[in-house]
Write a protein that binds this ligand. Structure first.
Ligand code: 1CP
Length: 356
C-alpha cells in the first residue's frame, strides 16, 4: 500500500511506529514481532553459521546488523529490533556466558552476596561497545520510515538467569535469595539497574527510537515482591531515561503479570505495555484505557506456526477489538523456530489490509 493512502494522521509522522506514542490511533496499526530475526528464517541460519556461534553473532556488529535487517527486507515491519540478547549484560559484567547448542544459556551462578565481587560493572561499557556499534550500523542502513527498537532485560528477569545459571521454570533460586537476604539480592538488582540505564542510554545515543524492557519472568512473583523487584527497578530505569532522553518511548513487557499489568503501568511510567499471549481481550481493550499507554500484543506465536484460517480469524478478532486505540500489533511472546516464514507474510498482509 503506498504511504499516501494511509490515514492522514499517520502521514504526519515519518515513522508510523512512533505515531501511537504521540497520541495517534493510527490504522492499520504498526506491526513488528518479538524475535522477528531468528532461526525460522533461512537467511538468519546462514549468517549465524558464518558467525560461528550465537554469542559471536551478538558481538559481531556487521553480522548482527545484517540479521536485524533481514526481517525488515522480507516483511517491511514498521520497526526493527536490535539483534542481541538480554544475557549480554551479565556477560559484560564479567559473569561468563555460553549458549549450549539446543539447550540454551549457561552462566557461572551467583548465589549469594559474596559472589557479587565477581562482577565488575566498570567493564560493562567496553564489553558492550560492539552492541552499540551494531545500533549505529543498523541506523545507517535502515529505511528512514522504519523505527529502531533497542532493549534490555529487566533487572528481575536478568537476575533470575544470573542466579540459576540457566533458564528455569520457577526461578526458585532467585526468589529464595530475595526472601532470605533482601538487602544482598537488592545489591545485585541495583547493579543491573545502573548498568541497564547506561546501556539503554547509549543505544538511544547510537540511534534507537524506542526501547523495550523484557521482564519475561515478572509473573513468578507475589505482589510485595512484584512491587520490589519488578515495578521499582523498572520505574527507576524509566525515570533515569526520561531525564536523559525525554522523547524516547519505553515499552514494558511484564510477561505473566496478569491483572497486575495496570498497576505496573501506573507505577513504572512506561509508555507502552507489551501484553502476553494469556492477556484476555477485555484487558487488552479496556484495562489500560485510563492509563496514558500504548497497548502492544498479543497473538499466540503458535498460531503463526499453525497458519491458515485459525490464524486469520484470530488476527481479525484482535484488529476488531483494538480498532480506534493506540495499538501496536505483535505476538504475545517470541516467534518460535518452527514458524513457516510464509505464515509471517500472511499475517503482515492481513494486518496491513484493514482500513485500506
Ligand atoms: O540459536 C540461536 O540462534 C539462539 C536463539 C536466540 C535468539 C534468536 C536466543 C537465545 N536469543 C535470541 C535473540 C533475542 N533474545 C532477541 C533479539 C531480537 C528479536 O528479534 O526479538 C531478544 C529481544 C531476546 C530477548 C531474550 N533472551 C529474552 C526476553 C524475551 C523472551 O523471549 O522471553 C530472554 C528470556 C532471553 C534469554 C534467551 N536467549 C536465548 C534463549 C534460548 C533464551 C531463553 C533461555 C531459557 O529461559 O531457557
Amino acid at each position: 500500500m503506498p504511504a499516501d493512502t494511509r490515514n492522514t494522521k499517520a502521514a504526519t509522522t515519518e515513522k508510523r511506529f512512533l505515531a501511537p506514542f504521540r497520541g495517534e490511533a493510527t490504522w492499520p496499526p504498526p506491526i513488528w514481532l518479538m524475535r522477528q530475526a531468528g532461526r525460522y528464517l533461512p537467511e538468519y541460519r546462514a549468517t549465524r553459521a558464518k558467525a560461528g556461534s550465537f554469542l559471536k553473532l551478538c558481538y559481531n556488529p556487521e553480522l548482527a546488523a545484517e540479521v536485524t535487517l533481514q526481517p525488515i527486507r522480507r516483511y517491511g515491519f514498521d520497526a526493527a529490533i536490535l539483534f542481541s540478547d538480554i544475557l549480554v549484560v551479565p556477560d559484560a559484567l564479567g559473569q561468563k556466558l555460553e549458549f549450549l547448542e539446543g539447550e540454551g544459556p549457561r552462566l557461572e551462578p551467583i548465589r549469594e552476596v559474596a559472589d557479587l565481587t565477581r562482577l565488575d560493572p566498570g567493564m560493562a561499557e567496553a564489553k558492550l561497545a560492539p552492541v552499540i556499534e551494531t545500533v549505529t550500523r543498523i541506523r545507517q542502513d535502515l529505511p528512514k520510515e522504519t523505527a529502531l527498537i533497542g532493549f534490555c532485560g529487566a533487572p528481575w528477569t536478568v537476575a533470575t538467569y544470573m542466579v540459576e545459571g540457566q533458564g528455569s521454570s520457577d526461578q526458585a533460586k532467585a526468589r529464595l535469595w530475595a526472601y532470605r537476604d533482601e538487602e544482598g539480592f537488592g545489591q545485585l538488582i541495583d547493579i543491573l539497574i545502573d548498568t541497564s540505564i547506561d546501556y539503554l542510554s547509549r543505544q538511544v545515543e547510537a540511534g534507537a527510537d524506542c526501547l523495550q524492557i523484557f521482564d519475561t519472568w515478572a509473573g513468578s512473583l507475589p505482589d510485595d515482591e512484584f512491587e520490589r523487584w519488578v515495578i521499582d527497578p523498572t520505574r527507576r530505569i524509566r525515570e533515569a531515561l526520561r531525564a536523559r532522553h525525554p522523547n524516547i518511548p519505553v515499552i514494558g513487557f511484564p510477561r505473566g503479570a496478569g491483572p497486575s499489568g495496570t498497576w505496573y503501568v501506573a507505577e513504572t511510567g512506561v509508555d507502552g505495555i507489551g501484553c502476553d499471549t494469556a492477556t484476555p481481550p477485555f484487558m487488552m481493550s479496556e484495562a489500560y484505557e485510563d492509563e496514558d499507554v500504548v497497548v502492544q500484543g498479543n497473538l499466540d506465536p503458535l498460531l503463526l506456526v499453525a497458519g491458515g484460517e485459525r490464524l486469520d480469524d484470530r488476527v481479525d478478532e484482535i484488529l476488531e477489538l483494538m480498532e480506534g486505540q493506540r495499538f501496536i500489533f505483535n505476538l504475545g511472546h517470541g516467534i518460535v523456530p518452527e514458524t513457516p516464514p510464509e505464515n509471517v507474510a500472511r499475517l503482515v498482509e492481513r494486518v496491513r489490509k484493514v482500513g485500506a
